[in-house]
Design a protein around this ligand. Structure first.
Ligand code: 5RP
Length: 299
């Protein structure tokens, strides 16, 4: 629950949550200009963000509705605050003259059909991230897996490199194929460890008792959705709940671009994240936008 609004280093409003008592550190005075500037590109002046991940192909191949990432994101781009993407898809499918801040996915080296999803390495150098003008880099950590240690040390090394150049690292608390791991106990453990190792932002899954995750994590938390949920209302409910409990936003993919109405969905979510819309209001926006969309397509 939001307790108050403070004023950050750039004179911008910052969010203070009752859960982790973090004076939203993204605009902290002591932070260097480059780091501060990159974080300000990603997180809007209200302290919230809507990241659109399209990185799933790096281990899943051509994921449903993401077969042609450039086409998938074309209508969605204007409504997101940043894209989470690998360098391959970035170069091949994203217009460098018309895009949003880029969070570059820099871990990988495994696949759905391989032995172990947790056996990731760093796939992309910091020089490449700088060349691609990334606003941040993202890496998965696999706490509790066979490769826990390697993935955590990869994160630490990436943070060392990123801090040298003022590039924030977003840590992704990955669960591999073990989706049942997504509970508050596990996610709070993983998120805290990722923050301790220096991640500037932690991306984790929404779960029941999500306040436990945010409470235990001293850096801002964004929520992923995982596989598409059964109803549209559920998406609004979990995003709204997570925001109430202190998340700063989402890094939400399949529940947006696998929806039959991705633009109405992202617009409704934007209202929850940036305009404090309730679940009911978000659903109304979604339904109205769906009607508009069907009118336009039948004309
Ligand atoms: C995939 C990722 C995704 O960025 C993350 O899981 C968010 O996407 P979704 O909401 O579809 O789960 O890290 O490797």
């Amino acid at each position: 629950m939001v307790m108050g609004i403070g004023v950050g280093g750039l004179g911008l409003p910052t969010r203070i949550t009752s859960t982790n008592h973090v004076i939203f550190y993204l605009r902290e005075e002591r932070m260097e200009w480059g780091m501060k500037n990159r974080l300000a590109q990603l997180v809007k002046s209200d302290g919230h963000c809507l990241f659109l991940p399209i990185d799933h192909g790096y281990f899943q191949g051509p994921t449903r509705k993401l077969e042609k990432p450039g086409e998938t994101i074309r209508p969605l781009l204007r409504y997101c605050d940043a894209l989470f993407v690998t360098r391959g898809v970035l170069r091949a499918s994203i217009d460098p003259e018309n895009t949003k801040p880029i969070i570059l996915r820099v871990s990988g080296g495994t696949s759905m059909v391989g032995k172990d999803l947790s056996d990731e390495g760093i796939t992309t150098s910091m020089e490449e991230a700088i060349r691609l003008n990334a606003a941040a880099v993202g890496i998965s950590v696999f706490v509790g897996s066979e490769h826990e240690k390697e993935s955590l040390l990869n994160l630490s090394k990436l943070v060392d490199e990123g801090e040298k150049y003022g590039i924030p690292v977003m840590a992704v608390t990955a669960v591999g194929k073990e989706l049942e791991k997504r509970d508050a106990r596990y996610l709070s453990l993983s998120s805290r460890i990722a923050a301790e190792l220096g991640a500037r932002i932690v991306k984790t899954y929404w779960c029941e008792n999500f306040d436990k995750v945010v409470n235990g994590c001293p850096v801002p938390v964004v929520m992923a959705g995982g596989p598409k949920v059964d109803t549209d209302l559920e998406v609004f409910e979990f995003v709204h709940d997570g925001m109430e409990k202190g998340a700063i936003g989402v890094n939400l993919g399949r529940n947006i671009w696998q929806n039959d109405f991705p633009v109405p969905m992202i617009k409704a979510l934007r209202a929850v994240i940036h305009e404090k819309a309730t679940v009911k209001e978000a659903n109304e926006i979604f339904e109205q936008e769906k009607i508009k969309k069907s009118k336009v397509s039948s004309e």
